[in-house]
Design a protein around this ligand. Structure first.
Ligand code: KG4
Length: 376
């Protein structure tokens, strides 16, 4: 059943891991504000996200971030037509803070509430800037919390083709960076440092699925890097006690309310790293990128897709974008990805997805709770 909203202004709220984010969109595509308070400085010293610290930081930031999103958009809660919030997957404590804020506002302002799956948000982020993606399309969702392939026969019809069976690609980036003491989050650092190394120096084997499925696995590659590091005495491993979900870099173009302070591990300049380490980093990245691209192309062939989409934090990776662009060119199909501001975690993608749910009548009730392991 279709729903007529009081207005087409949607407030999106995203707190699934270590970013407190709020955005106001007009309809599915017009971004009026997009505010992100990244907690990277808080978690950096631990080399990963500490769930308890993430929850506390969300509590401190959520009010300011929502207010900023409304102010930048020039609207008040009375002007809104609905609220969309991420219900999962993610860290339960972090999710609950966004959900509680969304429910309180929806109740106080008598607004309909949409429950948005974080991964659906990432996939739909593609459509905010690209209106005419040909279908069927294969979408590689590649972030710190998941690595999956989806088949979209239309904008509404999303089918999962493959998931990771262990780590996510972003997690592999972050863990390898931590192992080498490179800093946090690892993805953007390795992306930059890999340019100084030889991608063919260390011949890592590309992961394979013995059952022929399109699923991903990154633990073997991660272990191979660990063995190489140990054999060549390149570094000490870091501590534990942190989790991997998503560790975004700050996004140009977004209102950035990133938490100040924290200190911790600084990123080493490329010229201070031994050639062997740079070669290892470049070889790790090349193996991972080739693997992601090959798997995506297999899905394209299997389903005769007419377009490729990429979303999630790792889709910011310069080598992955380049390799996927080349692959798309040789397959004769276009490759789409959101601009960086919409690639890592943000609330614009949640508001955009929420708008579709609300107008289609998919309205969450006040009993909505977090689902830390929600799947599409
Ligand atoms: O999508 P995202 O912000 O959070 C999740 O939903 O998981 O993704 C964060 C992940 C982190 O693992 C981070 O290291 C990785 O994306 N990442 C990158 C790059 N920028 C962020 N990985 C490789 N290259 C990048 N340029």
């Amino acid at each position: 059943m279709l729903t007529v909203l009081r207005s087409d202004l949607i407030l999106g709220i995203e707190t699934s891991c270590d970013e407190t984010a709020a955005a106001v969109l007009r309809g599915q595509r017009t971004i009026l504000s997009n505010v992100v308070a990244s907690q990277v400085p808080v978690h950096r010293r631990y080399g990963g996200v500490v769930p308890e610290l993430a929850s506390r930081q969300h509590i401190l930031s959520i009010g300011t971030v929502i207010q900023e999103a409304l102010d930048v958009a020039g609207v008040t809660p009375r002007d809104l037509g609905g609220i969309a919030v991420t219900y999962g997957p993610g860290l339960v404590g972090s999710l609950l803070i966004g959900i509680s804020a969304a429910k309180a506002m929806a109740f106080a302002e008598d607004l309909p509430l949409a429950a948005v799956n974080h991964h659906e948000g990432h996939i739909r982020s593609l459509f905010i800037e690209h209106e005419a993606i040909p279908f069927p399309a294969v979408v590689l969702m590649v972030s710190g919390g998941d690595t999956s392939l989806y088949l979209l026969r239309s904008e509404e019809e999303i089918r999962a083709l493959a998931h990771t069976r262990d780590d996510a690609a972003g997690e592999a980036y972050d863990k390898v960076a931590k192992l080498l003491g490179l800093g946090y989050p690892g993805g953007p650092i390795i992306d930059r440092l890999a340019r100084g190394g030889n991608p063919r120096a260390v011949p890592f084997t590309r992961p394979r699925m013995s059952d022929g499925s399109l699923d991903f696995s990154f633990s073997g590659l991660k272990t191979a890097v660990l063995r190489y590091v140990q054999e060549h005495r390149l570094s000490e491993t870091g501590g534990t006690g942190t989790v991997e979900c998503h560790h975004p870099q700050s996004n140009p173009g977004t209102t950035d309310l990133t938490t100040a302070g924290g200190g911790g591990i600084a990123e080493p300049p490329v010229e201070t790293l031994p050639t062997k380490v740079l070669d290892l980093i470049a070889s790790f990245q090349e193996t991972l990128v080739r693997y992601l691209v090959d798997r995506t192309l297999s899905a394209v062939r299997l389903h005769q897709a007419r377009a490729i989409g990429m979303s999630g934090g790792v889709a910011c990776n310069s080598r992955l974008r380049e390799a996927m662009r080349q692959a798309g060119e040789s397959a004769g199909i276009p490759v789409f990805h959101p601009s960086p501001v919409l690639t890592t975690d943000n609330a614009a993608m949640i508001a955009s997805t929420g708008y579709l749910h609300l107008t289609a009548g998919r309205i969450a009730d006040i009993s909505l709770s977090a689902d830390p392991s929600a799947r599409l």
